[in-house]
Write a protein that binds this ligand. Structure first.
Ligand SMILES: Cc1cc2nc3c(=O)[nH]c(=O)nc-3n(C[C@H](O)[C@H](O)[C@H](O)COP(=O)(O)OP(=O)(O)OC[C@H]3O[C@@H](n4cnc5c(N)ncnc54)[C@H](O)[C@@H]3O)c2cc1C
Ligand code: FES
Length: 223
């Protein structure tokens, strides 16, 4: 698989995160929950990023600058080029009757595109601080909770839950809603099944998250 070169069209600071805009060219945006491998110039390894939004002619990624790869992506300027591969993996199933989106922190990233695809269903988003919660403005119909309140305390029953967030949050959501669809994270070097760096236990077997996921049914993943 060969990455394509794409040009940065802009970037916006949203709380501690950067919304990076990239010219779409011929790249398909894919299904919400799928991801792309993004590589800034001069960085040896690409980094997996969920698609946040796909306005006409662009792809947008919400990035938390937690290390060298993500900081290099956040520092890109309009006109800079990056390498982009995707869409990759399995996204969310969209055949749900009463969707409820649940996100935690940077796990908010795939929810704006998902919300658009599902007609702006209700969402519950949890953040560490009010500054992090600025990202909630990307998701319509979102109720925000701040720590020490957790999203699971605000989740109404009887919904088809689609969630993305840190592992402890996903585990807690799975306890409440065993039929939830959960977008998991793992360190990924290739993104398309070649390196086995992202293996996790699914249905009692080690599976590559970049191929089987990142979205998995809650009941498929061993706690
Ligand atoms: C399918 C998928 C979609 C993702 N979507 C997004 C997104 O939309 N926006 C976004 O900001 N990030 C997203 N991530 C996470 C992002 O890829 C990592 O934060 C990034 O690769 C870290 O690279 P780095 O070089 O900046 O930091 P590194 O130096 O690689 O890591 C910095 C620190 O974070 C830890 N870390 C790195 N990767 C992860 C991870 N995946 N989970 C938990 N801890 C980790 C490391 O152990 C280290 O302590 C996604 C990950 C996956 C697998
Ligand atoms: S990231 Fe290489 S196999 Fe999944």
């Amino acid at each position: 698989m060969r990455p394509e070169r794409a040009r940065v069209t802009g970037g916006e600071q949203i709380g501690p995160y950067t919304l990076l805009r990239v010219a779409r060219g011929g790249i398909e945006p894919g299904i919400p929950g799928q991801f792309f491998m993004l590589e800034a110039p001069g960085r040896p390894l690409p980094r997996p990023m969920s698609l946040c939004l796909a306005p006409p002619g662009e792809l947008e990624f919400l990035i938390d600058p937690i290390g060298p790869g993500t900081r290099a992506l956040c520092a890109l300027q309009p006109g800079d080029e990056l390498a982009i591969l995707g869409p990759l993996g399995n996204g969310f199933r969209l055949d749900v009757e009463r969707p409820l989106l649940v996100g935690g922190g940077i796990g908010t990233a795939p929810l704006p595109y998902l919300s658009e695809a599902l007609g702006s269903p209700p969402a519950i988003l949890g953040f560490r601080t009010a500054r992090h919660a600025e990202a909630a403005r990307l998701v319509p119909n979102a109720e925000v909770v701040l720590e020490p309140t957790y999203v699971t305390e605000a989740m109404p029953p009887g919904h088809d839950v689609l969630a993305c967030g840190p592992e402890p949050m996903l585990a807690a959501v799975a306890q409440l809603e065993p039929a939830a669809q959960l977008a998991w994270e793992a360190a990924m070097a290739c993104g398309y099944g070649a390196c086995y760096g992202c293996a996790v236990e699914v249905d009692g077997e080690l599976k590559r998250l970049c191929v089987e996921g990142p979205v998995l049914a809650a009941e498929a993943v061993a706690a």
